[in-house]
Design a protein around this ligand. Structure first.
Ligand SMILES: [Zn+2]
Length: 417
């Protein structure tokens, strides 16, 4: 953590730093890349909440090296609003950063550092608003839900989403704070990614009839997946680009030498599904393709076959454009007042689909720009953090009333401190 400029200037800048910026600076300092433990950053957040008398429930993974947090501010027996974020970030290897990625740099009214936009900036504004939420949450609670392993296919949210859905009063709204420039995003595609491991029988290339060629079997699968992709194009939704569910083979590895029949090949593919795609039917098709490939290989050599390893899977999001979560989100975020109240769709996936599948009305709306995410010199502006802070203030100003009495127009923001 460091400030640019000399020590006097740095001291002045330090005093002028808003609370959310100071929190973000701390959060960036935790190297919570998905393949590492997130316990440090989770402890920091839990300790911060504890200072306000808020106890965070910990939901560890099976290995115990990762932990999700769920905290409730306000009356737990009333339906409330979930503010959802992931604590993990993508790696920085191979990127040319002009400042240390895990030591926030404050420059030109921006915070530079890995995760500033995706999505520790949102977490910082939520944490900075905790005193406000506690001051107003008389009738409607706010739940803070923080996951891990989002950047590796939303792998770490299942327990957390189940815990949120199982709260004493199921939440009425979930806001996933991924970077949307504070516009409301109502939909994104789902994703299903798998690895297929083809085991054949090796042998001399002059005697292929005594072997089972794993590369050829994998190649036939790639063609079959491509054909499936062509079939899926019949369903259209113009809200998305491309406007259909797509199938993509990302890698196919196998074989070592021309004079040997390859006994192993590995193929990775993904399907990006339109909301409303019949996922069960799709999975049944994929399983059938695997079974056919397995049977064909096993017919050549009984020990041969195809094994499947899931890589990731998350459902799409499809909150109706004309719905109260969208209208309320646009009012809270200030998008409606800025003339940007029309909801958008996202080209990237989020945990929002998981919350929606659990029956919680969900939108995506957070500060920053996804175009800056996952890149070198990722940043977020003080102004973007302030706008997200104003969103939290508007939310806080409503918590004294039960949710079903909330106006759908933007409440006046109390002055931000
Ligand atoms: Zn993200």
């Amino acid at each position: 953590m460091r400030l640019s400029g000399g020590s006097a200037e740095a001291g002045a800048a330090e005093r002028a730093v808003p609370a959310a910026v100071a929190l973000l600076r701390d959060l960036i300092g935790f190297e919570s890349v998905s393949h590492r433990s997130n316990r440090d950053i989770a402890d920091y957040i839990a300790d911060y909440l504890a200072r306000f008398g808020v106890e965070a429930r910990r939901l560890p993974n099976a290995a115990g090296d990762k932990v999700a947090l769920l905290a409730t501010l306000g009356p737990a027996d009333q339906p409330g609003v979930v503010l959802s974020a992931h604590t993990d970030v993508v790696p920085v290897e191979g990127q040319r950063w002009s400042s240390p990625p895990f030591a926030a740099t404050l420059r030109d009214q921006r915070v530079y550092g890995r995760g500033s936009t995706d999505m520790k900036g949102f977490i910082a504004t939520v944490l900075a608003a905790v005193p406000k939420f506690l001051g107003t949450a008389g009738r409607t609670p706010v739940h803070i839900a923080l996951s891990y392993d989002e950047e590796v296919g939303c792998a770490g949210a299942d327990d957390l989403v189940a815990a949120v859905a199982g709260l004493p009063a199921p939440p009425a709204l979930c806001i996933v704070g991924e970077p949307t420039g504070l516009r409301v995003a109502r939909a994104h595609k789902g994703k299903l990614a798998r690895r297929l491991v083809f085991t054949g029988r090796g042998g001399h290339s002059a005697l292929p009839h005594r072997a089972a060629n794993a590369v050829e079997a994998a190649a036939r699968m790639a063609v079959a997946l491509s054909a499936l992709g062509a079939e899926l194009r019949v369903r259209h939704d113009p809200a998305f680009d491309p406007p259909w569910s797509s199938v993509h083979v990302g890698s196919l590895h196998g074989g070592g030498a021309l004079n040997l029949v390859p006994d192993r090949a590995v193929l990775e593919f993904e399907v990006r599904t339109l909301p409303g795609e019949d996922e069960a039917a799709l999975i049944a098709r994929l399983d059938a393709l695997q079974r056919e490939a397995h049977a064909a290989l096993a017919a050549q050599a009984p020990e041969a076959g195809v094994a499947m390893e899931p890589i990731s899977a998350y459902p799409g999001l499809d909150t109706p454009a004309q719905s109260w979560p969208v209208t309320l989100g646009a009012a809270l975020s200030g998008a409606a007042a800025a003339g940007a109240g029309e909801p958008t769709t996202l080209a990237f996936g989020t945990e929002a689909g998981l919350y929606a599948r659990a029956g919680i009305p969900t939108i995506v709306c957070g500060p920053g720009d996804i175009a800056r995410a996952h890149k070198a010199d990722e940043w977020i502006g003080f102004d973007e953090l302030a706008a997200a802070g104003a969103m939290m203030s508007r939310l806080a100003s409503l918590l004294h009333a039960p949710l079903d009495a909330w106006p759908l127009r933007a409440p006046a923001s109390p002055p931000t401190s």
